[in-house]
Design a protein around this ligand. Structure first.
Ligand SMILES: Cc1ncc(COP(=O)(O)O)c(C=O)c1O
Length: 395
């Protein structure tokens, strides 16, 4: 494969040298973590931390103490590690379809399946808040867990995602690039389960200093290689090789532990100024929306009563062929993009008991692609991305 030094990466990995140093210091310093920034954003809540977003969901589900085999409503349009968390907790995913216009759980499909489920996981996909009022109206007393892996700082009717359900969890690896880690927020509806969740978390192992050090260095190297020129010279090709070798329909090892001190300290530090980065990414997304508005693509407009962090910028094509053609063409023109969760329906059928009752998700997964909108990109680069897409679409 030929080297492509100017290739723009599909995701924005932003774990810098300053994060590495800050995280390394935290490994050897005391254990005090200041949660003031979290309280100023989310209010006075109970915040708990684990090694991953998926571990956080697993522990929330265990704390609910549901009978083995109980069903958990979850959108099929998701990362399959979410299903791993459900299965590892001894429970069974009950797949709910999405609404193609909102990318998130379709309340009408939830209504048809609600009698079957003992808890609901709602995902604010790409950063767009789900229709929480309707979902709550349908779920009634069934616990709602928000998956905020994509939606740090997004808002629904003026309230931050993560404060709307009974409990919520975040992935610290994603938008904010804090290394790895998961955060849980408990809201009032979870009061009865708080003690059992606390017990579960205190019984977990701490990662060793050596493991933390190795992980921080790995994250820094990974992020370094995920930038130009190295991304298109090495990382992209290495990633493609791994992708080809890995069997996607294979169960993964599921490891749950406490959060590393380096990851938690880097997260809390980055959170102080994270809103500025989100504002930049929103501005970038608006440039793309403006530039692409005359195409036949379905674009991710912010919905009424919501404030979207624009973690990702999905564009929906009219057919799978068109999506795949643009995907290849874009890469040749120097822009990497992602067919996010496009294999999930297939993997869910093979491994997680999906029965084929989510047609919107299957359709959406086969036609969607996310394009770079990172806060690190310039206006010129965004216009270049949009122009390449327009050029192909008009061909
Ligand atoms: C929607 C969604 N939820 C949860 C997760 C899990 O996050 P983590 O990688 O921190 O376990 C992911 C990511 O992989 C995700 O995309």
């Amino acid at each position: 494969m030929r080297p492509m030094p100017s290739l723009i990466p599909r995701f924005n990995m932003d774990y810098r040298f300053s994060d590495l140093i800050y995280g390394m210091k935290a490994i050897f310093s005391g254990n005090h973590f200041d949660l003031k920034t979290l309280e100023s954003l989310f209010g006075k809540k109970k915040f708990l931390f684990t090694n991953y977003g998926r571990s956080s969901l697993y522990l929330i589900l265990r704390a609910l103490n549901l009978p083995k085999g109980a069903k958990i409503g979850v959108p099929l349009y998701s990362c399959t590690v979410v299903f791993d968390a459900i299965v590892n907790a001894g429970l069974v995913p009950r797949f709910i379809d999405i609404n193609i216009d909102t990318y998130t759980m379709d309340p009408m499909d939830l209504r048809d399946k609600i009698e079957d489920v003992s808890a609901v996981v709602v995902i604010h996909t790409f950063g767009h808040p789900a229709d929480m009022d309707k979902i709550r109206e349908i779920a009634k007393d069934v616990p709602i867990i928000e998956d905020c892996a994509h939606s740090l700082l997004s808002e629904y009717k003026g309230k931050k995602t993560g404060t709307l359900g009974d409990a919520s969890f975040f992935s610290l690896a994603k938008y904010i690039s804090a290394g790895d880690g998961g955060m849980i927020i408990l809201n009032n509806g979870f009061k009865n389960f708080e003690n059992s969740l606390n017990r579960e978390i205190s019984s977990l192992d701490d990662p060793s200093n050596f493991k933390e050090l190795a992980h921080s260095i790995f994250m820094y190297m990974y992020s370094f290689l995920y930038h130009r020129p190295w991304f298109g010279m090495f990382a992209f090709h290495m990633g493609s090789l791994v992708e080809r070798k890995v069997d996607i329909a294979r169960k993964r090892v599921f490891r749950v532990s406490k959060i590393g001190r380096s990851n938690l300290s880097v997260f809390l530090r980055k959170l102080k100024t994270f809103k500025e980065k989100v504002e930049r990414q929103r501005r970038n997304s608006k440039i793309l929306l403006e530039e692409l508005k005359d195409t036949n693509l379905k674009l991710p407009y912010e919905r009424k009563n919501t404030w979207c962090n624009y973690f990702l910028f999905p564009i929906l094509f009219e057919s799978e062929d068109e999506r795949d053609y643009v995907y290849k063409y874009l890469r040749k023109a120097g822009v990497d993009s992602a067919k996010l969760y496009s294999t999930t329906p297939y993997v869910a059928k093979k491994l997680y008991g999906y029965k084929g009752d989510c047609p919107n998700t299957e359709e959406f997964a086969s036609r969607v692609m996310t394009i770079p909108n990172h806060y690190t990109l310039t206006k010129g680069e965004l216009i270049k991305i949009a122009n390449i897409i327009k050029k192909i679409m008009l061909k």
